[in-house]
Write a protein that binds this ligand. Structure first.
Ligand SMILES: O=C(O)CCC(=O)C(=O)O
Ligand SMILES: [Fe+2]
Length: 282
């Protein structure tokens, strides 16, 4: 891992924002040169998938199992400006469990009134809340890092849209899941930022009424024992990945037995941060 990771630990203010709102923004998480390259590659991978699946050009499309699709995506697995913050929230015994590359073109023919065609309020990781939540207990288990690859500095550009604070609501707290609620926030963030959000936060895709196509990469991290949410075809990375990257790609020296245990040889990320107080949440 890049040694500069130690300068990018979760701050107290980020921890407080995450606790209160369910998300925070890391500005300048990626330099411009990398943003541009990732945007090009995301466009390419999404286009291939649109053709394969016959998906229209004017609808958003996310490619899951994204991380293994191009060699240059490997650098994001343990990116030094974001992953230390993920460790501050989940600890270091984590992995990537789900990755998505998303393209949201201008919604030609749609207007603000037709938001319901796009709105899909949800929390992440499928059935976790259904199967775990009991009497106000609903552990986080996973979170996502959304890398913003095109400028989202004004609303209605398919900004990440959420109900801040709703990570504490087991049921959808709004009035109508087909609407973009009045209290919803369209997160403004320049290209190169990362939005780190709790999987329990209620959020939705939203319309892009601008002339810029929106590109984002969403990398989901979880405890190592969670089942992956996509095929995670990443074995081709193993040979050139660092031990920390291999951990984050889900590798264990102990096969299936490893992920629900803490064998020291499976946890280079824990070693890397062993002298550091990662967590600001106590
Ligand atoms: O496109 C968006 O902003 C929402 C994406 C989303 O729901 C997710 O990555 O979990
Ligand atoms: Fe989501």
């Amino acid at each position: 891992m890049d040694p500069r990771a130690r300068e990018h630990l979760l701050t107290e203010s980020e921890a407080a924002q995450f606790q209160r709102d369910g998300f925070f923004i890391v500005e300048e998480a990626l330099p411009n040169s990398i943003v541009e390259r990732l945007r090009e590659l995301t466009a390419e991978v999404v286009q291939e998938d649109r053709v394969r699946l016959g998906i229209k050009e004017n609808r958003y499309h996310g490619v899951i199992d994204f991380i293994g699709q191009r060699d240059e995506f490997l650098q994001l697995v343990d990116w030094y400006r974001t992953v230390p913050k993920v460790c501050g929230l989940l600890g270091s015994e984590i992995k990537l469990y789900h990755t998505v590359g998303m393209e949201t073109p201008r919604a030609e023919g749609w207007s603000l009134e037709s938001h319901q065609d796009w709105a899909n309020w949800h929390t992440d990781t499928g059935n976790l809340t259904r199967d775990l939540a009991q009497g106000g207990f609903n552990p986080m288990i996973s979170l996502k890092v959304g890398y913003v690859l095109s400028d989202l500095t004004a609303p209605k550009m398919a900004n990440f849209t959420c109900l801040p604070g709703s990570q504490n609501c087991i049921d959808y707290p709004g009035a109508n899941r087909q609407n973009i609620e009045k209290e919803a926030v369209q997160v403004l963030a320049p290209a190169g930022s990362a939005i780190i959000f709790d999987r329990r936060l209620w959020h939705t895709p939203s319309l892009n009424l601008s002339s810029t196509t929106r590109y984002m990469i969403f990398n989901g991290y979880s405890y190592r024992w969670l089942a992956n949410r996509d095929e995670q075809r990443v074995k081709h990375f193993y040979r050139r990945a660092t031990p920390i990257q291999r951990q984050l790609l889900g590798f264990s020296n102990h096969g299936a037995y490893g992920s629900s245990n803490s064998f020291p040889d499976d946890l280079p990320l824990r070693d890397w941060f062993k002298d550091v107080n990662l967590s600001k949440t106590g």
